[in-house]
Design a protein around this ligand. Structure first.
Ligand SMILES: Cc1cc2nc3c(=O)[nH]c(=O)nc-3n(C[C@H](O)[C@H](O)[C@H](O)COP(=O)(O)OP(=O)(O)OC[C@H]3O[C@@H](n4cnc5c(N)ncnc54)[C@H](O)[C@@H]3O)c2cc1C
Length: 477
């Protein structure tokens, strides 16, 4: 083949990029393209932290591709017409890209496949962001897995293909197609400026991985649940945007553990399990796309969420009067990131203490998170609300006080995000309402908006009401 396009989407790297490597292998000349998709950028789910990370990652990709002699063209608009126009401009015989599992993307790709096919242009799509996709892992009866543990066992039994070599440098073309300029900051597109917790781009992803492998992975299993510790990888935005690949992570992990003890291996295995959760939720979204808007367990679509708008506002603003919840929400609002344990606590609190639908929380998270990812976010929210696969059963309700005392025992996390409580004695840090009245700290901190012990039975009653209804057809495979 003479000319092809590699269309970058959520694979913003040149190393071990299946579609890019295949394009370079099959075509004499490859034009790299990124389309700023108006439907995604203008969508209600898009937020400042993710846009900032995306811009940084594209800029970094631009530099890396220029270094390879393959300049990136950036276009803006709707992908279908932009891609067709670009293919015509450069005379492409085929478009190469990597598969995206979200419903919007798979529908878009089907339309694009048809449009290109009609013009005699090939559309080659590859598995790249996961080890297992579509039919790779099925239960013995040939159905998609809906329970994590057997899925995880089957996943671990699959070989991990080695990362592929970096594409070689080539002579840059004499002339490049016109490209749109990226703005200096997301503010140009109307997104507020945000403090970021991690830089975008492939070199930043590699740095992030090496730091984690050097400093934390050997104690990951012991430390991962403590939000005040720097115990997790912070790789989630990189995995979301494909600035790093799961194959590279697993290979580097294996290399870094060459001299590790059995205990350190066990800690690292817990990290691998998190990577499997990511793929588990991606395959759930792929096989059951309706979870994007509805409960995996269809009976729970009939839950009557009775929470109030003012409680939702207090939750968003980190003003609920529960210190661990407020610290986590303020951290999210300021940085676009939240620790996994904190995500579980605030999600459970929204659904089971405030009796607000998980979809409201899910949407708020999507707008704020730098790693906002439909599959993982939806899976996490449905797990916490008790409506999803493998969900915490509806009667498992985290107590925000005991969660705080267990996972932030001295209140270090709370103190760093809730300055009003910074000077409070540790024994009151998760239950400030029990501190001696008149304490100066408490004057600036809101009282509890609900009482956990009163909300718990209300939540149980809400779920039990559904249990008593005649059951609709089950969605479980
Ligand atoms: C309510 C809720 C919402 C969530 N929303 C998102 C989201 O939008 N995007 C997102 O990437 N993760 C989400 N998660 C999962 C998890 O909280 C984050 O992946 C994790 O906190 C990211 O930090 P890390 O990269 O340091 O993770 P690590 O602990 O270092 O884990 C390594 C990688 O494994 C994956 N991972 C870890 N835990 C999970 C999980 N429970 N489900 C799926 N993948 C996982 C991520 O890609 C992560 O980068 C959510 C969890 C909950 C409970």
């Amino acid at each position: 083949m003479k000319t092809a396009v590699h269309w970058f989407r959520r694979d913003l790297r040149i190393a071990d990029n299946t579609g890019l490597i295949e394009a370079i292998r099959q075509a004499q000349h490859v034009w790299p393209l990124f389309i700023l998709d108006d439907a995604i950028l203008g969508g209600a789910d898009m937020g400042a932290a993710r846009v900032a990370f995306l811009l940084e990652s594209i800029r970094s990709l631009e530099r890396d591709l220029a270094g390879l002699g393959r300049p990136l063209t950036i276009r803006r608009g709707l992908p279908e017409p932009e891609l067709v126009r670009f293919c015509r401009e450069v005379g492409a015989e085929a478009v190469f890209c990597n598969r995206d599992y979200e419903p919007y993307c798979s529908q878009r790709d089907t339309r694009i496949f048809n449009a290109l096919n009609g013009l005699g242009i090939g559309f080659e799509i590859f598995k790249d962001s996961v080890l297992c996709e579509d039919q790779d892992l099925l239960t013995q009866s040939g159905r998609p897995f809906a329970v994590f543990t057997p899925y995880s066992k089957a996943w671990k039994g699959r070989p991990v293909p080695p990362p592929r070599p970096r594409p070689a440098r080539c002579h840059p073309p004499a002339r490049s197609p016109a490209s749109v300029a990226l703005p200096d900051s997301p503010a140009a597109w109307g997104f507020p400026l945000r403090q970021t917790i991690c830089a975008g781009g492939e070199p930043a992803a590699r740095k992030c991985l090496s730091r984690f492998l050097r400093q934390s992975v050997r104690r990951y299993g012991e430390q991962r649940d403590y939000p005040a510790l720097d115990g997790t990888s912070l790789l989630s935005p990189h995995l979301h945007f494909g600035t790093i690949n799961v194959r590279t992570i697993l290979k580097s992990l294996r290399d870094s553990l060459a001299d590790a003890s059995a205990a350190e291996h066990r800690n690292a295995d817990v990290f691998v399990s998190q990577l499997i959760w990511r793929e588990f939720y991606l395959q759930i979204l792929w096989h059951f796309p309706r979870v994007a808007t509805a409960c995996f367990r269809t009976e729970y679509d009939r839950l009557e969420w009775k929470g109030s708008a003012s409680h939702f506002q207090a939750w968003c603003a980190g003003q609920t009067g529960y210190p661990i919840v407020d610290a986590a929400m303020r951290c999210l609002n300021a940085t676009g990131w939240m620790h996994n344990r904190a995500r579980m606590i605030v999600a459970m609190f929204l659904a089971k203490d405030l009796l607000l639908s998980w979809q409201q929380g899910e949407q708020y998270f999507m707008r704020q998170l730098v790693d906002g990812d439909l599959a993982a976010n939806n899976g996490g929210w449905q797990w916490c609300a008790g409506t999803g696969t493998d969900a915490a059963p509806y009667f498992r309700i985290f107590n925000p006080v005991s969660q705080g005392e267990r996972f932030d025992p001295e209140g270090a996390f709370v103190r760093s995000w809730v300055p009003e409580l910074a000077g409070l004695e540790s024994r009151y840090i998760h239950r400030p309402w029990e501190a001696p009245s008149g304490s100066a700290e408490l004057k600036r901190y809101p009282p509890r908006i609900v009482r956990h012990e009163e909300q718990r039975p209300r939540c149980l009653a809400m779920f039990q009401a559904v249990k008593k209804m005649p059951s609709p057809q089950s969605s479980r495979p």
